[in-house]
Design a protein around this ligand. Sequence first.
Ligand code: SF4
Length: 452
Amino acid sequence: MSFDPELAHLGVYDARAPRYTSYPTAVHFHTDVGAEFSMSQIRALPVDKPVSIYVHIPFCERLCWFCACRTQGTKNKSAIAHYLNVLLREIEMVRAALPAGITIGKIHWGGGTPTILSPDQIRLLSLALQKMAPRHENFEFSVEIDPTLVSAAKINALAEMGMTRASIGVQDFDPNVQAAIGRKQSIETTLACVKMLRRANIHSLNMDILYGLPHQTVETVNATIDTVLGLSPDRIALYGYAHVPWMAKRQKLIPDDALPSGQNRRELFDVMAAKLESAHYAPIGIDHFAKADDAMHIAAKAGKLRRNFQGYTTDDLDTLIGLGASAISKFPNGFAQNAAKSADYAEAISKGKLATYRGIATTQRDRMIARLIEMIMCDFRADFAALANEYACEMTILAKPILQLQRDFGRYIKFSVDGFEIIHHQRALARIIARRFDVYSDDVENRFSSVS
Ligand code: SF4
């Protein structure tokens, strides 16, 4: 993303915008949406379309300072066992409500640290999920793995239960950077984890790396990328660190003055991206890279890349049922989020009700704009003809933002009768352009991360 003075003048590099892993974004969820909404959505799911399942395990043994995920630090095995029992009860409630004949296309375990579960707990949870509904023929099962909290027995249990993809958190291998973000993880530990996964025949690996961390330099990020390339993951997510200590309290432990400036962040991303591309990883969307034969690259080339709460995905299923504390469900007609605190979540489930505490019911116009934003974030283009075909709703709402885009970013976007394509500085502009179509967008700017 080479520097452009005109974009700098327009404030693009300093702008903050949602990452648009959903539309409307979660800041617009409200408490009018509760358990009744979720239950009615689950009961009405069409049986001819498989559903995805997300399972949230909120516990971590270590609490990394940079992390803004919903996590709870614990080494208390009985707290984890209690949570698992609640989760099993929630799974049974959803199973009982699912229409007969529905299948499960994908399951993802995230957190937190799913590998905090013991091998027996992994089997118990997986078997309960298997009983919910039969697996679709193209079934995938992915799990977020913490290399510092995993063992061959846990990986073997996951493989036995059908795990097809592992996502490994790396962030950065430099010891100074790791010390500044409160996350120690040696190269040897990560390598041992990769070897265990390969031995268990899990060959589809994703690695998460961060740029914009304290003390990162061109030299340190080059070294991290070299090590990551040596581990040969299929996909790499290269996320910008979002420093929002007013929202994620642990980030107060990270010294502001050790963070790279906006211009340095761009330089770090460019260096890492160039290195990945020269190693034949194709850029995908704003922050992913994948090998040529990886399903994500194939989906992106075919215009079938999608975006959900986990970021970019090949999951094109309309429904994602979120299970566990703070998990978000995406239904055909809206979003619903479970109570964020484990105690509140457990209390709701103990009363025999789903734990939904907020969400939003969407209109056809919302769903049309959601798809438009997804096109911009995934393909850097908009296809109005396809939108008009798929969503029978009023499109005049798009006229004003289109005129504004022509005025502000005319030389970066190619317009046609049927849509537009971002032709320059796609990464910098995608979230800003997407936001122009966001009718919920308001003054909550400081909740969002920098676009560069
Ligand atoms: S980065 Fe992973 S291990 Fe660290 S606090 Fe976040 S979820 Fe837990």
